[in-house]
Design a binder for this molecule. Sequence first.
Ligand SMILES: [Zn+2]
Length: 200
Amino acid sequence: MFDKCPGAAHIRTPTIITKKCPQCGREVEIFSNEMQTSCGNCGFTVYNDLESCVQWCKYAEECVGEELYRKLKKKRIAFVCVENSCRSQIAEALAKKMSSRPNLEFVSMGTHPSKEVAPEVLEVLRDESIMWRGKPKGIQDKEPVDIVVSMGCEVACPAILGAKRIEWNIEDPWGKGIEAYRKALSAIKKQITELVEEVD
Ligand SMILES: [Zn+2]
């Protein structure tokens, strides 16, 4: 089956592609099945596919243009609250549903994660036709985060290296009845719409 795949040709019989080194301008030869190579003149890493260029090469925006760069550049956005059982779960669930930008990745975490997501959260998300299966998670800073959106964790909010910090003033609905959860959800929805528009 693999052999019949038209895309397999360049893997079976790789061809040589000539690219221009974005740093010194010299021509660089690279095999079609290689992800990257080094420029023989200046040693700079030259990527073969567009996604890798955009993700790793410092000249990418110049090479591909601002619009395409913005469209492809992956960004990881972390929603953080205290227990990751309520506001940050709502934010992660809504952002994943609402965002039409495939290059934006959304996660949520808590400084003191609880055992489970608040049942009211699952209920108000169901009203949004979201069958949410998220679980509370602690602070994960192994993978780089570009933006930290914190909600009410104040001093306990993690200072994740290199991440831009945004604070959303969303009232904690915990223990205040289903209407408070609905209010929090619609406030978070408004914030997410603005965030997705603003993120470079
Ligand atoms: Zn070079």
